[in-house]
Each structure stands twice: as C-alpha cells, then as structure tokens.
Design a protein around this ligand. Structure first.
Ligand SMILES: Cc1ncc(COP(=O)(O)O)c(C=O)c1O
Length: 279
C-alpha cells in the first residue's frame, strides 16, 4: 500500500495483484502529524486494530521522528485499545540491541524484525507479550508457518549474529564510528555552504540534498535526486558503492575499518565538490 499525503487517506494499491478491497482496510496518515491520526481515530472509532510504523522510518529516506510523536502514538493506541506495531526490520539491532523501542524507551505491543536478526540469512521474526503471542498456533487460532520457518541454518546464523552484538562495547564502537563518519561529512558540506544534510541515528545514515528538517516523505524534493545520481556515479568511479537510490539509507557495519571509512570520506568530499561545481 502506497504511503501517501493528505489528512486521512485510504490506502491505494501500489502493486498489481493487491485488490483495492484489501487496501481499503488500511488508513494512511502522514508521519509526524498528530492531528491526522487523531482524526482517523475519531472517524473510525473502535475499528482500528493496529497502528504500524517504522519508529525510525528508513524506507523512504531517514525520517527521524520526535520522541514525543512516538509517545503520542503509544498513548492514543492504549486509549483506544489498538495495538501499536513497531516495524523494526531496518532499525532493529542497528541503533542498539533493543532497537528503536529501547532507544526511545517506548514499548510497542508487537515488534517485527528482519535483516540483522538473521545475520545475512533470510529470517523474519515478530515478537509480543505472551498474551498476544498466545493467539498464534498451536496455542491460539492464528495460523502462521512456512517451509523455511525456523530453518536451522538461518537460526544458527542469527544466534551467532546476536551473540556478536552482545559483546561489550559493540554498539559504543559502532555508533562512535558512524558519528565520526557522518559528522566529518556534514562539517565538510557546511564549511563549503553546500545544501546537503546528513541524517543519522545509531549506525544508519542518509544523505539529503536539502537544508530542511526532513520528517516525512512529502518533505523530500524529488528534484534533489538528480544531485544524488551524480554523487552516486562519482562515488562508484572512486570505488565506493552507496545504495542506488537517494531514498535509500546507508549503514555502517562493524566490519568497516577506519581505513575504509577514511577512503569513503575522501571520495565523498571529492564527489560533493563535483556535484556542487556542476550545479
Ligand atoms: C522497514 C521494512 N519492513 C518490512 C520489510 C519486509 O521484510 P521481509 O522481507 O522480511 O518481509 C522490509 C524489507 O526490506 C523493510 O525494509
């Protein structure tokens, strides 16, 4: 279902094969917009089963939310008997072992995980209180299973990954490394008065060709993607590969060495000079 603007918009199907009637079961509201959510709860009183959000929205740029907004979500869901679901497929284990829920100290009712939890193997997971999980088969009526569910190789990789993350100082080192990297790039761009902002949290970062405080998808200027394309090309020419879309975030890994990050920084400095020289 397409993320959209507007106060309270019904979901629109954005993929063939998704019947409109399915999409009609969802209400799409803009991020960082309390009023829109309030209006949705008023209009559909007692009909909203769950609110789902990436607490660190990282699927369309990095749209950092105010803690206060996430707390508001928690409160309005509790007041209405609605479940709050944090999609932590990207943020999970990337901004600390407890993800965004731990970072913001907000407890959702259900959390979804993917990516890191499988240590590179194909794993998805969800977690909730014992009471909610009790609804899942065989204890409860919700049937959920798959050929590769609980696949031993993937589970082994996931356990190894999580064990590594629990090493003392793992997140301190990873987050410091990311901060040094992103701050150096921001300092460089600011010193040259480039309209360029680095957004970052934990080990996640995003480059925006903007000087705005970007908090929702509508804040991103599609025209700025031309500059990203140039940056991407210049970086490839220098042996540095960013995700191929300006709407994608980047990640620093514990495997990135100081030397590699220095090389990446230098390449980014040179490339930004070219992007802004060309105008
Ligand atoms: C934020 C977010 N949620 C959910 C998914 C889907 O996860 P999965 O492929 O495990 O179903 C993705 C996939 O990239 C994602 O980025």
């Amino acid at each position: 279902v397409k993320a959209g603007s507007g106060l309270v918009t019904f979901g629109e199907t954005s993929s063939a094969g998704v019947p409109k009637s399915f999409a009609d079961e969802t209400i799409v509201v803009s991020l960082n917009d309390k009023e829109a959510l309030q209006k949705a709860f008023e209009e559909f009183k007692d009909q909203i089963a769950a609110v789902i959000i990436e607490p660190v929205p990282a699927n369309n740029g990095l749209l950092l939310q105010h803690k206060e907004y996430l707390q508001f979500l928690r409160e309005i869901c509790t007041q209405n008997g609605t479940l709050l679901i944090f999609d932590e497929v990207i943020s999970g284990f990337r901004i600390g072992f407890e993800g965004a829920a731990g970072y913001y100290q907000i407890q959702p009712d259900i959390i979804t995980y993917g990516k890191i939890i499988g240590g590179g193997m194909p794993v998805g997971a969800y977690g909730a209180s014992a009471a909610i999980m009790g609804n899942v088969s065989p204890e409860g009526p919700v049937y959920q299973a798959g050929t590769l569910s609980g696949n031993p190789v993937a589970m082994g990789a996931g356990i190894a990954q999580l064990t590594e993350l629990l090493r003392m100082g793992f997140y301190r080192d990873l987050n410091n490394k990311t901060e040094e990297f992103t701050e150096a790039i921001q300092r460089f761009a600011t010193a040259r008065s480039y309209i360029f902002k680095v957004f970052s949290i934990g080990s996640i970062f995003w480059f925006a060709f903007s000087d705005k405080d970007i908090r929702k998808a509508e804040d991103i200027d599609p025209a700025s993607m031309d500059k990203f394309k140039k940056l991407h090309r210049e970086l490839i020419n220098r042996g540095i590969y960013l995700g191929p879309s300006g709407y994608e975030v980047g990640f620093i890994s514990s495997a990135h060495t100081k030397i590699e990050l220095e090389k990446a920084k230098r390449a980014i400095f040179e490339s930004l000079d070219i992007v802004f020289r060309d105008k």
